[in-house]
Design a protein around this ligand. Sequence first.
Ligand SMILES: [Zn+2]
Ligand SMILES: [Zn+2]
Length: 274
Amino acid sequence: MLRAVLLGTGSPPPNPLRRGPATLLALDAERFLVDAGSGVGAQLVRAGIRPYDWPRVLITHHHSDHTIDLGHLLITRWIVGQNAPLEVWGPAGTRRQIEKLLDYLGWDVEVRRAHMHEREPPRVSVTEIEEGRLMDVGGVQVSAFLVEHDPVKPAFGFHFEGGGRRVVVSGDTRPCENLMRWSHAADVLIHECCEMAKTSWFPGCGWPTLEDKIRDLASYHTQPDQVGLVAREARARTLVLTHLMPGSDRAELAAAAAKPFGGPVAVGEDLMEV
Ligand SMILES: [Zn+2]
Ligand SMILES: [Zn+2]
């Protein structure tokens, strides 16, 4: 069966209980990591995957909370001895970001290589993606679909099908009809629920008032009263909430989502298998 493990269920604010956004999909030995949020390396190890075996990475979009530990993944698997290129699949701009990352890591790579024998620098294989089928490997078909996270364009969600199971990972999006189409009757819909009412505000943060900030950011994320409607429209079998704010209350989130959905709702926890 295609397994899905929530490695990180948090959002940009640091939360000791929730690492940054990252989800692992696996069918037997074939593995896919969606996003590389803060702490993802340690979470992969907790999920039983040593750095030498860290899998290909699929990036939903270039907000920093989804990419901040890409450098950690790429340098650490190389440090332990992995020479195969790290596969990174992501939206337009991914190639440029990886080039900058390799440039940033360049000094460290060279001082480490000075201690090693006949070691090549780390390599990355980048594929910039568009909507549609990305790959069909190890019995898993992976597709990307566009979501609505303006002004971040393009932003993608991913659809996985393998071992008789369909799992969708939303990425960051407001309620999105294209996502509902792609996740129609999915076995598991792992959907963001970034409750902006719980956000913080400080003078000079870029919004004149807390209310302005909430309204603005809520317009490109999905709120607790909306996520159940999305799952209902999609006719998903199970809804899993992720990308949670530190102040969000599990019981409140579950109740808000379950009311319009009517099906089973799981409020995500780090390392939960869904
Ligand atoms: Zn985002
Ligand atoms: Zn995010």
